[in-house]
Write a protein that binds this ligand. Structure first.
Ligand code: SF4
Length: 491
């Protein structure tokens, strides 16, 4: 009997067992109902469609009649702000522009979600919605009439596609030469870039030290690191106040609790007035308040407005109050910097030097802040340390080791420079994050972290992003980095 084409395709051999394709379709249908709930697709599905541009090729038509051509859909943003960053769009025959794209299911989402008054959405170039009946004159791009095929044919694909994986066509121009280089060659490039990062951070610290001394430069670096992305400035401002606080308050600062009261007070993180009823609710707050109200007038010129803190998007464990509780411990410990120096003198001989810095940075147990995220939050079921291993690595790589390197440079001490290099380039890799993940996809064409054995490899990648990706658009226009990779890996 002649073999038919269909007989060569695998089929479920036993009808009593579930067929993979049918089973998968049912699961995706369930997912679609779960995600979308109503008649319209969920926002995540619209983001997937946008990221992969499953839209009619050529110009798309907006509700105000303008044509828009998507030269690059941008990169999915998992933080606060519009859904896609660095999109490149062309409206009618105008020159292409680079900016942000916000996707909402309905036109009303823009107001309902508060985007219209949120400064993070100020640079939104394009609003995309599912349909735009009665858009009220708003210039939006309706997605449904612009799909490349009917939604019924797209929905299973959209439901199965993970958001955030970069489509191959969105890889950077350097991805091809990077993929052709061997793992060792790529790691070598990353290490060289990491060295640039170490040296530039150490130069910044050295410059600060020229004005304010080595110890103060370290405090500023450490405080800045405690501020994460959102609160680096207010944290740094607090560090800048440290010399004045020490000089003014001197022996009056007897404990970490005193320091915390002052840091929270001048940080604008304590209430201006505290009624007795509030004081009764929190013994910890009462103690801090007792210190702060006596000093408030004397330190009034240092008080920051609370508005300088950005609390939206900050994970509860990273709240500035908790970070300042840790910083207060460091400041109250007269031997803190000496102990850091002791750690450094043996760190290159200790295979576990990265682990050994954690207890040093984590300070003493804190009864209140290890079990609370804010003054008024409920006690945590399990205590949360004030600093985790990931942040300790960030502090070591971004501040502490560059600080030792800067001092070695200033003293022209080659042996210490080598020692910093040994510790820095062998430090285990840090936590992954969205920037690294996107960079791996764009530059290396993979989400895998296999190539990244050390924190220096990650630092190198961040440096390349900063040196090149951040200076051009998402189309990699005029980026010289691909030529560098080609030239470097010529054998
Ligand atoms: S901008 Fe340059 S470094 Fe960044 S992905 Fe494009 S080619 Fe690579």
């Amino acid at each position: 009997m002649p073999k038919t084409i269909s007989s060569s395709l695998p089929v479920n051999p036993d009808p009593r067992r579930p067929d993979y394709a049918a089973w998968r379709r049912d699961r995706l249908d369930e997912q679609l109902v779960r995600e979308s709930g109503g008649a319209q697709p969920a926002e995540r599905l619209l983001q997937v469609i946008w990221q992969h541009q499953r839209l009619k090729p050529g110009a798309l038509r907006m509700t105000d009649g303008r044509r828009v051509r998507v030269l690059h859909p941008g990169f999915c943003n998992f933080e606060a702000g519009p859904d896609f960053r660095k999109a490149v769009l062309q409206f009618d025959d105008e020159p292409p522009v680079c900016g942000e794209v916000e996707i909402d299911v309905a036109v009303s989402g823009w107001h309902a979600h508060g985007h219209d008054t949120n400064p993070s959405f100020r640079d939104t170039l394009l609003r995309v919605v599912w349909t735009a009946p009665g858009s009220g004159g708003a210039a939006v791009l309706p997605m449904k009439p612009n799909l490349e095929c009917p939604w019924n044919q797209l929905k299973h694909w959209a439901a199965a596609e993970p958001l955030g994986d970069l489509p191959v066509k969105l890889h950077g121009l350097c991805c091809a030469p990077m993929s052709e280089a061997s793992d060792d060659e790529v790691r070598n490039i990353l290490r060289q870039a990491a060295r640039v990062r170490l040296e530039s951070k150490s130069t910044l610290l050295r410059n600060r030290a020229k004005h304010s001394g080595w110890e103060q430069a370290l405090w500023e670096g450490l405080f800045t690191g405690l501020g994460y992305k959102q609160n680096q400035w207010p944290m740094r401002n607090l560090a800048i106040a440290i010399p004045e606080l020490r000089e003014r308050l001197g022996r009056r600062m007897r404990s970490s609790s005193d320091w915390l009261a002052v840091l929270l007070g001048i940080g604008g993180l304590l209430p201006v007035e505290l009624p007795r009823s509030e004081l009764k609710k929190s013994e910890h707050l009462r103690k801090l308040w007792d210190v702060w109200w006596r000093l408030r007038d004397e330190l009034a010129h240092l008080i920051q407005p609370p508005e300088v803190w950005q609390m939206s998007g900050v994970r509860p464990a990273n709240r500035p109050e908790r970070r300042l509780a840790l910083a207060a411990q460091w400041l109250a410990d007269a031997s803190f910097i000496r102990r850091l120096e002791q750690w450094f003198t043996t760190a290159n001989k200790e295979p576990d030097s990265a682990r050994l810095i954690l207890p040093l940075l984590n300070g003493q147990p804190d009864d209140f802040w290890e079990s609370h995220f804010t003054f008024s939050s409920r006690p945590l079921k399990r205590p949360a340390p004030l600093l985790g291993p990931g942040r300790a690595t960030d502090m070591a790589i971004n501040t502490i080791l560059p600080w030792f390197y800067a001092r070695a440079n200033a003293g022209k001490d080659q042996a210490v420079r080598e020692q910093v290099g040994q510790i820095y380039f062998n430090w285990p890799r840090a936590d992954d994050n969205a920037v690294l993940k996107l960079a791996r996809q764009r530059l290396l064409g993979t989400v895998s972290t296999k190539l990244f054995k050390t924190a220096a490899h990650q630092q190198g990648l961040l440096q390349i992003v900063r040196d090149f990706c951040a200076k051009t658009d998402s189309l990699c226009t005029d980026c010289p980095f691909p030529d560098y990779v080609k030239a470097w890996s010529l054998r």
